[in-house]
Design a protein around this ligand. Structure first.
Ligand SMILES: C[S@@+](CC[C@H](N)C(=O)[O-])C[C@H]1O[C@@H](n2cnc3c(N)ncnc32)[C@H](O)[C@@H]1O
Length: 476
């Protein structure tokens, strides 16, 4: 390690930036964020600097650098586009013992400015010691996903309770265990979810309960998306790696399940057509019971929990029983399948609205507003509609949808097993007969399906030709 990483207090301290271009602006903004009093020396400045100068946030000295500019200065940044001038600034600063940063020539100065994730008061700084600022930025981008936006507020909450915790737990090991539980448990998660008051209340009950957990766990109702693990949200992933009980059903892709904590108890609750491993009421009761035992329970659902996911019923039971929960949205099958099949769900020319409906058969029929679904200039997406497709087709035709209306069937969308079949309302049953798609399959109806011919982009290893050489809309 060639540099000592430190955080410097520059609030209200005189700092100097030499240079008036975009890099100087970046450095200057960093200094301003830390509250420094900044003077800028440059004969001319780039347009974006002008408002800062006009508002008096920065004092501008409109001439070339002179060593006298360093009088009383605590810190200097040499950010001109002339390496010679930058070196002069560095030498003059070094001679006066003032820390100096030189852009693009880290070793010419005495300090470097890191790439920063600012969740004040939590600040993460990344440096490659000048070897590659771009790499530092890329590392920072990766870390962004690991440091939730609420970390700053969580740190402020910790600061508020620090003294009380010290008094409550006089043994350091107890104190450490307490903080570990708080920072990895319900208090932190409520803070990240923006439930600051609840986090505060829980913090107080945790304090009262002492080193033992107060007993009640919580439930995370999380949308796992349609299959591609890359489509998980940051929050979903974080909760998946925290929960000690995972309750999942058939639609959750195996690679996603593998991303949950390895030592978590995994409970399969099924839900295949006509083969429910557990009834909905039993699932609701299970979630509440596990949380009551003090567990952090992940209820992992395919797609989005609130779109044909019965998520509402599950949290209804939790709410009624006073079990804390939070809901994390996921990418619903319609959005995922449409994107990966190259079918925009709306389009200025072809579809001004999109409707998601269930195609689930009940007693051989589907109770839907067929007149509304038959309107032109819209896209209709049928979930759970594969076995009911003959009924759906017949109803749509009977309500006036033209027989040449394009239809797409997307099986296992977004995964490397994705298959897409297209046809028209007229011939779609023949397509099914020939291709034998299997659940989960989504049905997309509308003129937008024709756009797939131009917009298809996703290729699967198991079906390399798909979308590339097969005709999108079979002729005839
Ligand atoms: C019970 S619904 C659950 C929907 C889920 N909550 C969502 O937001 O996507 C199940 C239906 O969603 C559709 N589905 C879910 N994932 C899919 C995928 N990866 N590919 C195609 N269809 C999918 C199928 O129509 C399936 O029958």
């Amino acid at each position: 390690m060639d540099y000592l990483p430190i955080f410097l207090d520059v609030a209200a301290k005189p700092c100097l930036v030499v240079g008036g271009g975009p890099i100087a602006l970046r450095k200057l903004n960093a200094l301003l964020r830390a509250g420094a009093s900044v003077r800028l020396v440059a004969p001319e400045v780039a347009a974006p600097l002008a408002p800062l100068i006009a508002k008096g946030q920065v004092q501008h000295v409109a001439r070339a650098f002179s060593p006298e500019d360093l009088a009383g200065v605590r810190l200097v940044v040499a950010a001109t586009d002339d390496p010679q001038v930058n070196l002069e600034v560095a030498q003059a600063a070094e001679a006066r013992g003032i820390p100096v940063n030189v852009v693009d020539q880290a070793h010419a100065g005495s300090f470097i400015m890191p790439s920063v994730i600012d969740r004040s008061p939590v600040v993460v700084a990344v440096s490659t010691e000048g070897a590659s600022p771009v790499l530092a930025r890329l590392i920072r981008t990766r870390l962004e996903s690991l440091v939730p936006a609420g970390f700053g507020r969580l740190a402020s909450l910790c600061a508020r309770y620090r003294e009380a915790v010290k008094q409550r737990f006089t043994i350091p090991a107890d104190r450490r265990r307490f903080w570990e539980r708080v920072l990895q448990g319900g208090v932190a998660e409520r803070m990240f979810a923006g439930l600051d008051e609840e986090a505060d209340a829980l913090m107080q009950s945790e304090l009262a309960a002492g080193v033992e957990s107060p007993g009640m766990g919580e439930v995370y109702l999380v949308g796992a998306g349609p299959g591609d693990p890359d489509l998980l949200t940051f929050r979903a992933l974080r909760l998946m790696q925290q929960a000690d009980v995972v309750v999942y059903d058939r639609l959750v892709a195996r690679p996603i399940l593998e991303m949950t904590r390895q030592d978590a108890e995994r409970i399969y609750v099924g839900k295949e057509r006509n083969n429910h491993a557990m009834r909905q009421e039993e699932i609701n009761a299970l979630l509440a019971a596990k949380a009551r035992e003090g567990h952090r329970v992940l209820r992992l659902k395919g797609g989005d929990p609130f779109i044909f996911g019965r998520g509402g019923e599950e949290i209804d039971t939790l709410a009624a029983q006073g079990v804390p929960f939070q809901v994390v949205p996921g990418i619903t099958a319609a959005a995922g399948c449409a994107a990966y099949a190259g079918i925009p769900l709306t389009h200025r020319d072809y579809a001004q609205s999109v409707t998601f409906v269930t195609g689930h058969l009940k007693d051989g029929t589907i109770d839907l507003n067929w007149e509304q679904l038959a309107h032109p200039h819209q896209t209709v997406v049928f979930y759970m509609g594969l076995s009911g497709l003959p009924v759906i087709r017949a109803q749509l035709l009977a309500h006036g949808v033209p027989a040449d209306m394009p239809v797409a069937l997307v099986q296992q969308g977004t995964t490397h097993m994705q298959r897409v079949f297209t046809g028209t309302l007229e011939d779609i049953l023949e397509v099914v007969e020939r291709e034998r798609p299997k659940p989960p399959t989504l049905i997309i109806l509308g003129r937008v399906v024709e756009l797939r011919e131009k917009l298809s982009w996703f290729r699967t290893p198991s079906h390399p030709a798909q979308g590339a050489t097969t005709p999108i809309l079979p002729a005839g």
